[in-house]
Each structure stands twice: as C-alpha cells, then as structure tokens.
Design a protein around this ligand. Sequence first.
Ligand SMILES: *Cc1c(COP(=O)(O)O)cnc(C)c1O
Length: 391
Amino acid sequence: MAFIPYSRQSVSEEDVAAVVAVLRSDFLTQGPTVPGFEHAFAELHGVEHAVAVSNATAGLHIACLALGVGPGSRVWTSPNSFLASANCALYCGAVVDFVDIDPATRNMSVARLSEKLVAAKRMGVLPDVVIPVDFSGLPCDLREIRGLADEHGFKVLEDASHATGATYLDKPVGSAWSDATVFSFHAVKIVTTGEGGMVTTNDAALAYKLRLLRSHGMTRVVEELEGRAEGAWYYEQQLLGFNHRMTDLQAALGTAQLKRLSEAHERRVALAARYDLILEALPLIRPCRLPDRVSSWHLYAVEIDGDRCPVSRARVFEVMRAAEIGVNVHYIPIHLQPHYRRLGFQVGGWPAAEHYYARAISLPLFPDMTDEQQDRVVDVLRGALGEAGTR
Ligand SMILES: *Cc1c(COP(=O)(O)O)cnc(C)c1O
C-alpha cells in the first residue's frame, strides 16, 4: 500500500524538457524565460502586470513594501493561514492584527472586518493594508472587501497562494478587486516552479516598484533613470531592494505547468465533487460552495462534526497516517504561535479560527490522484470515524 500524500506536484515530460532547454541555453537566470512566464501568467489572468519572485513569502514582503507598509503601519490578515501572511508585515516593522474567519468559508469574515473597522475608525487606528487569504483556493468576498477598502482607505493585498486557477464573479483571482495579489508556486501548490511566486497588479507604478524591490532596488532602463546614463554599463539603485528574483530554470517549469492548468483544475474539481458525494453520509462538515466563485481546490478540508461524532481529530489523523494516508492540518491559527503570543496575542482572541482548527483535517487532493486512491482515503476515514461506537 503506497503512501498517498495530501498534495503532490505533477511534472510531465514536457516540463522536464522545458527546464533542460533552459539549462542548455545562455541564461540560467535573468534571461528571456522569466518575462515570458510573467507575460503568460498576466495574459491568463487578464491582468496588466505580473512580477515573478523567488517565492510567495518574498512576494508578500515586497508587495507590503510597495504598498507603503513600514514601521508603525497597521496590517490585518486572517489567522487561518500560513505564517507568511502575517510575517510579511512584521518584516516591514508593521503592527499585525487579525480578523476572524467566517466559519462557512473559513476565509476572513466580512462581518468581523466591518465591525473591527468601525471600532478602529473611532480610535483612529484604521489599517493601512488588509491581507485576505483565499483559503484552500476559495476566493474571499473580494467585492465586499474592496468596498470597505474604498470606504476606509486601506489597500488590499490578496494572498492567493492557494488560488491559482480560481475565479470570482467569472474573473480569475488576481485580475481585479485587490491592489496586488500574490500566488505561490511551492511544490505542493497548484502550479509549481519548485520555489516561486508571482505578484499581479493593474497599477503600473506599483509593478515598477515591485520590479525594483525584487532586484536590489536597481534599474538599467534608460527611461527609468533618475540621473543621466554615463554609458551602456550604467545602473542605478533607486531604493533598498533585495534579491527576490525567480530564475529562468524555474520560469521554464512554471510556463510549461501553466499550459496544463485548466486540465489539472478540471481534475481537482472532479475529485472535490466526488469527495462531496462519497463523504455525504459521514459526520463531517464539507467545504462550502458558493454560486459566485469557483475554488482552485488546492485543499479539500473537512471538519469533524463533534455533535455527530465523538472521535477526536487527533485520533482520526493518527489512524489515517498509520494507514499511509497523508492527511494534514491547515492551519494552526497564526496568533497561537509562540512568536505571536510573545507579541501579545492570546488564546480565545479569534474563536472561529480556533474552533475550525480544533476539528479540521485536509484530505489528499492532487491532479494525479486516482478514483481508487480516493476511495481508499474515504474507506480509512469512515473506519476512523466509525470507531466511535467501539471506544
Ligand atoms: C504557501 C503559502 C505561502 C508562502 O508561499 P511560499 O511560496 O512557500 O513562500 C503564503 N501564504 C499562504 C496562504 C500559503 O499557503
């Protein structure tokens, strides 16, 4: 019985050939492949600018900086996310706070956000940037969040690390609503470049700043220079940037992967629909579906319904791992991490995220997963939940 991981990259012979071709070319990095990947990604998402970076964490970092986050800025995000959604603001010296989730979508709750904004306005501490996270690939309530941003004057930096291929109101995530959107191409994500990320935006000035920030703050483009080019060698550092670049090797893999995005998405959609069906009779809360958006189905996360089943999440996890099923848990609420506790965050502060975490378990889902593998996952899960009667 082979191990079934919760997520797994899908690398084709075409992907391998694309990377090998770059290996044999003149440029391993900073050649033509990264701009080609950016162009293809922007085109596919119907967005003006796409800036490739070394990983999504780097993308979130420089997007925060480009949006003006600095010491003393206030940045709000969802506690039900990977650490990077909050860490990016700490890198910039900002003060982080959290907005609790909607138990149905597991994304940032618009109701909680509205309440928090009203209170913050009264105290003169409105956020500068809000980072909603498209958890599991289900787009957030982006139209409502945009409305609140326009009303209260904050920027929206969407963490769409899970959501490549997701759509909201018939448009790809990353095309509209947010000031900037960040995608991850880590090996477990929807499209992979090994490590990698992309920032999309329709704001040309923001894209320019992102390009500077990812590469030492420097430019060689004559039209962009503040001074006069002293010769063809001339370059200028205009601000303090980093080396957050993607390589051409990675971009070749990403470009090849992007060609199979819709095919891979269809398979994820089919597997999710099949899970919905075969899990129906079990004491689980399945992922929600909304008519105005389509998930990328990065994760298929269920909650063990404590009212109908006394078996603990820990026990179900243990039984499934023992049966070689690579279940996982997304996410330990960020504010419960020791680093964040030392910043003053406490248990009980974001109850919906904490409640969700206590019962959540992510089931395997990846494009190359077979129906037989999925059946095995469900059989083992059924057994684990059914232990209730015997324990
Ligand atoms: C994976 C992930 C990141 C970080 O992505 P990297 O490319 O690994 O840096 C950030 N946010 C979320 C929600 C993620 O899942």
